[in-house]
Design a protein around this ligand. Structure first.
Ligand code: ZN
Length: 291
């Protein structure tokens, strides 16, 4: 991909640019210095059970009082109480949850000023209905959410500029379809690298005319990739008839490729010249014929 991720100003999680040196991760209320950013790891502490509980209760009481806090990053497992306390931080701009056993995400609706949200590794995260109340959201990142089956609700995020959804250790993120994305007219950045739409239809993405960056896996029929090339000429999607594998051919030493289509098998373009020509022709034909 040509574009450097730092070109997208709205991707501002500090660690993306080489780690967050400016904000120390803390465990206790007494360590907080009143700044706009708070990195918290206040659970899973090596303390007696009673004290562990108290530390969490102290944060639950303290978090809602933080009027100046803009960015809250949870780096240890978040429970329901801690999450709900965070949902009372009225001016919160960015919320980062690395891992949770939150059972109910509805309280997120209170964070009406939230612009950036990152949620990973949360088994009970099942839908995006809370987005309805967070029209301000510009950057949404979802990883390792095993029970997320559809994107319905995301269509309400009218100001969304960047969206990443990917699977993780459990494998592909399987979603019903990409239809709810089709109306997000301001979307500039879309990362779907380990995500599979059961509909196998990429047409909704072709409607995103402001898209500058799109990352797609090799899960779809050739015609679907052709649609992207045809409808998004100004997007950095890296789509052509093949994708380089980065591996060397055992026969000639040249880099091998994988056809840009579902079920495509790795081969060497030099050792299989006719196959390579056919592949390129098939892709050009798909572009000519696709709706
Ligand atoms: Zn070869």
């Amino acid at each position: 991909m040509k574009t450097d991720k730092t070109d997208y100003e709205f991707i501002t999680w500090d660690w993306r640019f080489g780690g967050d040196e400016s904000t120390k991760t803390i465990a206790y209320v007494s360590e907080y210095d009143g700044s706009e950013k708070l990195n918290l790891a206040c659970t899973q502490l090596d303390l007696p059970a009673k004290r562990k509980k108290e530390v969490i209760q102290e944060w639950c009481a303290f978090l809602p009082s933080l009027k100046n806090l803009k960015q809250l990053c949870f780096f240890s497992k978040v429970n329901q109480d801690l999450f709900e306390a965070a949902c009372h931080i009225e001016n919160l701009d960015a919320l980062f949850i690395k891992w949770s056993d939150i059972e109910n995400f509805e309280k997120m609706e209170r964070l009406t000023k939230l612009r950036r949200l990152y949620i990973s590794n949360s088994t009970h995260f099942e839908n995006l209905s809370f987005i309805k109340s967070i029209k301000s959201i510009e950057w949404l990142e979802l990883h390792e959410l095993k029970n997320l089956k559809e994107l319905d609700g995301i269509e309400f995020a009218e100001n969304l500029k960047g969206f990443i959804v990917s699977g993780g250790t459990f494998g592909k993120q399987k979603l019903k379809d990409f239809e709810p994305l089709s109306s997000l007219n301001d979307l500039v950045y879309l990362g779907l690298s380990n995500t599979y739409a059961l509909s196998e239809n990429l047409s909704p993405l072709g409607q995103l005319k402001k898209l500058k960056y799109l990352d797609l896996p090799l899960y779809y029929p050739i015609l679907e990739y052709a649609k992207i090339v045809k409808h998004l000429p100004n997007c950095d999607h890296g789509i052509q008839s093949f994708r380089e594998t980065g591996f060397d051919c055992k026969n000639c030493g040249l880099k091998t490729i994988t056809p840009m289509k579902k079920g495509g098998r790795e081969f060497c373009p030099k050792c299989n010249q006719q196959k390579f020509i056919d592949l390129k022709q098939a892709f050009e034909e798909a572009i000519r014929n696709c709706p």
